[in-house]
Design a protein around this ligand. Structure first.
Ligand code: SF4
Length: 361
């Protein structure tokens, strides 16, 4: 008996897909994934080692914690320093260094920072602590944003006045455009994110594809999914026939999940936002709509904007655009390790530096 997951890890089929890739890879090809889960899956399954030397895989800005600008990290930390606030956050953010300190260090010094597993957990926390204000730190792409929107709607329906969200949410398609214009970056094809595409659908990438004519394939997360998508990209490049295709049809449709997108659009509106490594990208962020201003931490609290340079020597910016690889960084594995990270790409398990450290030293 073969389980559903095992069916997507079949070694004989994988060997066939690798042979297809070898045949198609007739020139150097630089392929970028823009999804932290792809980054992890590619390393965990040793996919880089299976590929012919002509193919270079680049890890792009797909890790939510890594792309969060230092300005926002400093904002999160400033909120944690307020007496009346409980900060509710996903665990990864705790260790990301801000300009002077981190949430973990603030928590050690008495700040009330709690790790939650969903935005709805933060709503529950607010109900349990009516005398405090719970601020949920909203990072992540279209995969998580609908759940945060749903939490805000729930808080409104419950009449909660002590719950709000700091939205540092981002959307993927505008980042692809920014990557095409990033200096020193050459990308020949994109492995498009599986989870994000479940929500936004394949057609959400059509404007990008029509503008740049670059091979784009939506990919799943099992080894055969990833190899099939790489093979599709390699063939498109070799044949000079770029297309926008979907190699993850069992989960992703052309239109995505309309209900999730509707909830997201009800609560959030597009805004310009800053990405680590890519700078400000028009319409790539999600701001809480005026109608829900009471749930917007950036309007409820005056948060000082602290502009600071990146940590000295950290190459997270160029690593996130694929211009450099983690091992180009002089701090990699020396001053910067997962237990004592200098930059965010070493913090999250989805970060390129953390993945290189774990699997490719
Ligand atoms: Fe930044 Fe550390 Fe990665 Fe260097 S190894 S780019 S310091 S996160």
């Amino acid at each position: 008996d073969v389980t559903f997951t095992e069916a997507f890890r079949d070694p004989a089929i994988a060997r066939g897909l690798v042979r297809d890739i070898q045949r198609a890879a007739d020139r150097p090809m630089r392929l970028m994934e823009v999804c932290g889960t792809h980054t992890m899956a590619i390393f965990r399954h040793g996919i880089r080692d299976l590929l012919p030397p002509a193919i270079t895989l680049l890890s792009g800005p797909g890790c939510p914690v890594c792309v969060t600008d230092t300005l926002d990290i400093n904002g999160f930390i400033a909120l944690s320093q307020r007496e009346e606030v409980i900060v509710a956050t996903f665990g990864d953010l705790l260790r990301v260094p801000g300009s002077f300190t981190s949430l973990r260090r603030e928590a050690a010094e008495g700040a009330d920072v709690r790790v939650v597993y969903s935005a709805m957990d933060a709503v529950t926390l607010a109900r349990q602590h009516p005398d405090r204000t719970v601020v949920f730190l909203g990072v992540g792409f279209e995969t998580t944003t609908p759940t945060v929107a749903a939490a805000i709607l729930t808080a409104r329906d419950l009449g909660l006045t002590n719950f709000c969200v700091y939205s540092a949410h981002k959307v993927v398609p505008p980042a692809l455009e920014a990557l095409m214009q990033a200096p020193d970056t050459r990308i020949d094809g994109f492995l498009l994110p599986g989870h994000v595409s479940v929500i936004i659908g394949t057609e959400a990438y059509r404007p990008f594809f029509e503008r740049f004519g670059l091979p784009c394939v939506v990919a799943g997360f099992e080894p055969l999914d990833i190899l099939a998508a790489i093979g599709d990209l390699a063939r498109q490049i070799a044949d000079g026939r770029p297309a926008l295709t979907n190699a993850y049809r069992r989960a992703v449709g052309d239109a995505g999940n309309p209900r999730a997108r509707q909830v997201m659009a009800q609560v959030f509106a597009p805004c310009d936002t800053r990405w680590r490594g890519l700078g400000t990208i028009p319409a790539s962020g999600l701001a809480i709509r005026d109608e829900f201003a009471a749930f917007d931490a950036t309007r409820r609290f005056k948060i000082a904007v602290v502009e600071m340079p990146e940590p000295k020597g950290c190459l997270c910016g160029p690593v996130l655009t694929g211009a450099r690889v983690p091992t180009d960084c002089a701090l990699f594995g020396k001053r910067c390790t997962p237990t004592d990270p200098v930059g965010p790409c070493m913090v999250s398990s989805e970060g390129s530096c953390a993945a290189f450290y774990r699997f490719q030293r």
